[in-house]
Design a protein around this ligand. Sequence first.
Ligand SMILES: Cc1cc2nc3c(=O)[nH]c(=O)nc-3n(C[C@H](O)[C@H](O)[C@H](O)COP(=O)(O)OP(=O)(O)OC[C@H]3O[C@@H](n4cnc5c(N)ncnc54)[C@H](O)[C@@H]3O)c2cc1C
Length: 242
Amino acid sequence: MCQCSYQLQTVTAANIAAFTTVFCVTEPEEPNRHKRASMIIVPTNTPGCEIVRVVPTMDCEIRLTNVRVPKENLLGSRGEGFVIAQKKLGPGRIYHCMRWLGQAQRAFDLMCNRTLTRYAHGSLLSDKQMIQKFIADSATEIQSARLMTLEAARKIDRGEDARIDIAMIKVYGAKVLHDVIDRAIQVHGALGVTADTPLEKMYREARYARIYAGPDEVHTATIARRILRKYQQGDSWDPANF
Ligand SMILES: Cc1cc2nc3c(=O)[nH]c(=O)nc-3n(C[C@H](O)[C@H](O)[C@H](O)COP(=O)(O)OP(=O)(O)OC[C@H]3O[C@@H](n4cnc5c(N)ncnc54)[C@H](O)[C@@H]3O)c2cc1C
């Protein structure tokens, strides 16, 4: 039997999920910090598992109080939670990046179409150089994010260590998504901040991307630490082989 209590946590779709996975410290005395946590399946109808509220425009707050589940609900072995989390979170982050590319492309399409139909101050928006720069910058950034995502996915497929590639694309992909939607809104003027186009909702959701699956700062620190470690060892940064 496993028993745990847990503070409030933002969990996507917890109100409609049959179970949630809890990542918690079960081996606090273990000297290796990567072997202190375990991963446990908790059915959402277990006594003590409470959906506190569905947060408007976000996800759910959930509280676990003295929740008991059979020991068979332990995923893998005790202390293996970190390894399981790394295996799950890497591909999960790539999946976010792929979704973001689709969203960025949608915003880009809306932006381009708007510039070809909106006539303002003597010309179509598409004839104005500053608006052309929005389009060129957005296309360049989407393509960069696409290639970085593909490269990270290829490394995962080849069984190579893609941790830094994933951290980079998690940070850069979220920024590209935000910036492209931001320009698309700008090109739509006041219309862009109404609910008459999908852009306003896309913009709000793009902002979450810099926080969930690890905030920007955490991934950025991981990238820098890993690169600096190479230099401390007398090596240098080789983008093809971290
Ligand atoms: C829409 C959405 C859905 C989510 N879904 C889930 C889910 O399904 N399951 C789940 O478990 N969690 C989920 N989360 C939670 C998410 O993983 C956390 O919000 C995220 O890890 C940040 O933790 P926090 O909110 O406690 O912020 P904190 O840890 O309090 O961090 C706040 C800020 O402090 C700064 N910061 C934190 N650490 C560092 C650092 N090491 N160096 C420098 N700066 C730092 C960053 O700016 C960060 O944004 C979701 C969050 C959102 C917004």
